[in-house]
Design a protein around this ligand. Structure first.
Ligand code: ADP
Ligand code: MG
Length: 348
């Protein structure tokens, strides 16, 4: 569908491992003062003075997490960084460094890896993180990308999943379900293309949700906004698997219950119209679709006046006592227990 029209194909073997690493990473600049030594020695060297350090890692596997028939490599590089930075921000930390490890088969020419690294570089520049190392090896099957992200934070500022208290407000940034519906559209167009390779993908009217799927943004801006507003969440998690499983994580780890209001779940109009077209319930998509990379957090009710006017933050429910359980309060005012249904790759 979105074919790699890049005609030039330089064999990876022409460069050798060291030539390849050097070629892909030479244009990356060090931006953080905490990076003492980046790429080029046996280890990177970092200096965080008295700050706490957060570390998170994710592995993306071709055919499981991404499909190169419709994911451009540049977007994949960008997204691989975003999914990790999102985990750093979910601790309320500032992201500072990343490492990128790849396993790649011979079917990829150098030009494909240049695209991947162009996406990584764009993300590193926009989010102000240094690429400080990685590993490069071959793969007999598909492409694998593992990113580790590092961040810094003052001890008192760390926000865990475990701090929610009864009567806190349950809050989410942005809107939900877009990435999942974008994936549905891309999968549909892939099927059309398989039947008729001359067909042009019909993606008009789906640009927002396709961008949510292919080029998500980690919510660094929300971390800054909360700091500026003087609001420290009592608990926080990023929405990678769908709202319901993230709510369950917060409630389990905080030993609390909650009421989530269906009518308060933020949905983009394009998500609503695409759900209608696919005949899928938009609340189900918000609850169980994945990859929105928004932040779900709880705040004390005292902080409500500070956030209430903000269009990028929605209050979607309340934290309750543990014994009251976790419920979705529907538009019809019925109470449905919230169950985990985050999309698990193991079930695919
Ligand atoms: P070693 O043999 O010590 O593992 P490598 O030859 O694998 O060293 O790596 C040399 C340098 O290049 C190291 O700084 C390493 O972190 C970095 N590096 C290797 N592969 C990548 C990659 N895919 N992306 C970014 N940096 C890399
Ligand atoms: Mg190595």
């Amino acid at each position: 569908m979105i074919e790699d029209k890049n005609q030039q194909r330089t064999q990876l073997s022409d460069l050798g491992e060291f030539g390849l690493i050097d070629h892909l990473t030479k244009q990356f600049k060090i931006k953080q003062t905490s990076t003492v030594k980046g790429i080029g020695d046996d280890s990177a060297v970092l200096n965080f003075d008295n700050k706490k350090v957060v570390v998170t890692t994710d592995l993306l596997v071709e055919g499981v997490h991404f499909d190169l028939s419709y994911v451009p490599l540049k977007h994949l590089g960008y997204k691989a960084i975003m999914v990790n930075l999102s985990d750093v921000y979910a601790m309320n930390a500032k992201a500072t460094q990343v490492t990128v490890s790849i396993a790649v088969s011979n079917r990829f020419p150098l030009e494909a890896l240049e695209d991947l690294y162009a996406g990584i570089e764009t993300a590193a520049n926009i989010y102000n993180v240094d690429l400080i190392g990685g590993d490069t090896t071959s793969s007999n099957t598909g492409l694998l990308i593992s990113v580790t992200a590092i961040g810094e934070i003052e001890s008192d500022d760390v926000v865990y999943r475990s701090g929610a208290k009864p009567n806190d407000l349950l809050v989410v940034s942005g809107d939900l379900g877009g990435a999942y519906m974008g994936l549905q559209v891309l999968e549909r167009e892939k099927e059309v293309y398989k039947v008729n390779p001359n067909s042009q993908p019909d993606l008009d009217g789906y640009s927002y949700i396709i961008e949510r799927q292919l080029k998500p943004e980690a919510r660094q801006d929300i971390i800054k906004l909360l700091k500026d507003l003087g609001v420290k969440p009592t608990s926080m998690i990023d929405v990678s698997d769908g709202l319901s499983s993230e709510i369950i994580h917060i409630c389990k780890q905080s030993k609390v219950g909650c009421d989530l209001y269906e009518e308060k779940i933020p949905l983009d109009p394009q998500v609503i119209s695409t759900c209608e077209e696919f005949n899928i319930d938009s609340t189900t998509v918000a609850l169980n679709g994945g990859e929105d990379y928004e932040l779900l957090f709880t705040i004390s009710q005292d902080d409500f006046p500070k956030i209430k006017a903000n269009p990028s933050i929605s209050v979607i429910g309340f934290i309750k006592e543990e014994r009251e359980g976790l419920h979705l309060v529907t538009r019809a005012d019925t109470r449905i227990p919230i169950k985990a249904q985050g999309w698990k790759n193991f079930n695919d």
